[in-house]
Write a protein that binds this ligand. Structure first.
Ligand code: KIV
Ligand code: ZN
Length: 518
């Protein structure tokens, strides 16, 4: 039998969820979360994982370095600006990877060179050669990007690309940094480079498209059709501003429309649903309901006509099966009589392997939930475990809370927190229950971060569904997100606020109470 992809060309998948994705305001992840995301990316067959920007902070360096040590099959990549310091730091971070890559970049568009870099084109040109040469002195696998490539003059772009390849770049990435391109234009740009750069056959061309006009995936696929063989993308399309091209959409477009795009990737698409959930939980970034491939509604059929068609033949309204992207039929999982063993099997089935302590905590919470909620679904277990993983290191936790609300009257929250082992109790009012809770937490910790986003979502249907609360806070130019899942909406809200506040503390290495005041 002929292999399925014998007449197709391979496209390499470069995932930048942990770098460009994590740069998205509020999407910062802890080391533990980054390691978890990297592991699932590696397991699902991502070719290159851009694990971070090592010079940006010690935390970024540590994450890239730890991911490099644990890599199984993926190439681990670190980002660097065009400076020796950046490049040497990236080299140090990827040192332990079985296969490591340095990705170095500099802006080449007239606008960026004049205003951002304040450099003449010839100075930029020299930097391209120097930076790629430096990176090549550390590793044979070097990627170079002309930032704002799609708004760069063609002659200059061709000169810099040619020089970068001559200096040793093995991948040339063409960023549509501001998401300005349209597919025809991006196709023509890649085609132009293929035709005009004399040594272009010595490097792989890569796409890196942002989604400001909603065309990141279409532009990336246009680039592939024109000759690019690497696509840079992120899970759930996470990324700066409107995000990057979504990995799951790229993979499933190539898989589903092989008839018009004869390309394949080595991604195991049955991991897509799970990796989407892992990233959404780690980055505290909910996925929109109608998001292609991984949104809650992506395979839902509500209207009677559609449901009727589906019953007769699923292909009437489904161009791919939910199973092909790893969505399993929702199952009623367990109840209060389910034991430790069954719970462990269920976790395994859902893709979790917890350490002993985490397992004990999760099992205890499952038992508590089973006492309060009659039916427990897969989604409940996923939410519970993600909550456990995301709040395990919190230094300030909720001990006790009472909220009294009256229509047209006062809303008062009585609250006790555990602040690094010390109980702190306050009673504070607000314009509503949630306002009273958040005011009480602010009073107890002695800080007043700006609330950017607050939202609550039900994990499953029914009035006894668990509430998934999401809070984004801003303080001293830093934005972080927190989340919590609880049977009670108000408790979930309080814990989500605390989870975000704990992240502010963690990032700054501050002492808990009053550390962020002012
Ligand atoms: O969007 C962009 O230009 C980037 C570069 C660093 C590749 O992310
Ligand atoms: Zn980018």
């Amino acid at each position: 039998m002929e292999p399925q992809n014998s007449n197709k060309e391979r496209v390499f998948i470069f995932d930048t969820t942990l770098r460009d994705g994590e740069q998205s305001p509020g999407a910062s992840m802890t080391l533990e979360e980054k390691l978890q995301v990297a592991e699932v990316l590696d397991d699902m067959g991502v070719d290159i994982i851009e694990a971070g920007f090592p010079i940006a902070s010690n935390g970024d360096f540590e994450a890239v370095s730890e991911i490099a040590k644990r890599a199984k099959n993926a190439v681990i990549c670190g980002l660097a600006r065009a400076s020796e310091k950046d490049i040497d730091r990236a080299a140090d971070a990827i040192r332990h990877a079985p296969r490591g890559r340095i990705h170095t970049f500099i802006s080449t568009s007239p606008l960026h060179m004049k205003y951002k870099l304040q450099m003449e084109p010839e100075q930029v040109f020299e930097k391209v050669i120097a930076s790629v040469t430096r990176a090549r002195s550390h590793t044979d696998d070097v990627e170079w990007s002309p930032e704002d490539g799609t708004r760069t003059e063609h002659d200059f772009l061709c000169r810099t690309v040619e020089a970068a390849i001559k200096a040793g770049a093995t991948t040339i990435n063409i960023p549509d940094t501001v998401g300005y391109s349209v597919p025809e234009e991006y196709y023509a740009l890649i085609e132009m480079l293929m035709n005009r750069v004399p040594n272009i056959d010595k490097a792989i061309i890569s796409t890196h498209c942002h989604n400001d006009l909603g065309m990141a995936v279409a532009n990336s696929l246009a680039g592939v059709r024109a000759g690019a063989r690497q696509v840079e993308c992120t899970i759930n399309g996470l990324g700066e501003r409107a995000g990057n091209a979504a990995l799951e959409e790229i993979v499933m477009s190539l898989q589903t429309r092989g008839d018009v795009m004869p390309f394949f990737t080595e991604i195991d698409a049955s991991h897509l649903a799970r990796v989407s959930k892992v990233v959404a939980a780690a980055a505290n970034f909910p996925v929109q309901y109608n998001k292609a491939i991984v949104g809650k509604n992506a395979f839902a059929h509500e209207s009677g006509i559609h449901q009727d068609g589906m019953l007769k033949n699923a292909q009437t309204y489904e161009i791919m099966t939910p199973e092909s992207v790893g969505i399993k039929a929702t199952t009623l999982v367990m109840g209060k009589h389910s034991g430790r063993h069954a719970f462990k099997d269920k976790l395994k089935d859902l893709g979790y392997e917890l350490g002993d302590n985490q397992f004990q905590e999760a099992f205890q919470r499952f038992k508590d939930l089973a006492d309060r909620k009659k039916y427990i679904f897969d989604e409940d277990i996923v939410a519970l475990v993600d909550d456990e993983m995301g709040s395990g290191d919190d230094r300030i936790t909720l001990t006790d809370m009472k909220v009294v609300s009256k229509t047209g009257g006062e809303h008062v929250c009585e609250l006790t927190l555990d602040v690094e082992g010390k109980p702190v109790s306050v009673t504070v009012s607000g314009t509503g229950s949630v306002d009273a809770i958040f005011n009480a937490i602010k009073a107890a910790v002695g800080a007043d971060p700006h609330l950017v986003i607050y939202g609550v979502d039900a994990v499953t249907g029914g009035t006894d569904a668990q509430a998934n609360a999401h809070v984004r806070l801003e303080m001293n130019n830093r934005i972080v997100s927190g989340r919590a899942t609880e049977p009670d909406t108000l408790v979930a809200s309080a814990r989500a606020y605390l989870n975000a506040y704990n992240r502010l503390l963690m990032e700054r290495g501050a002492s808990a109470q009053g550390a962020l005041a002012g």
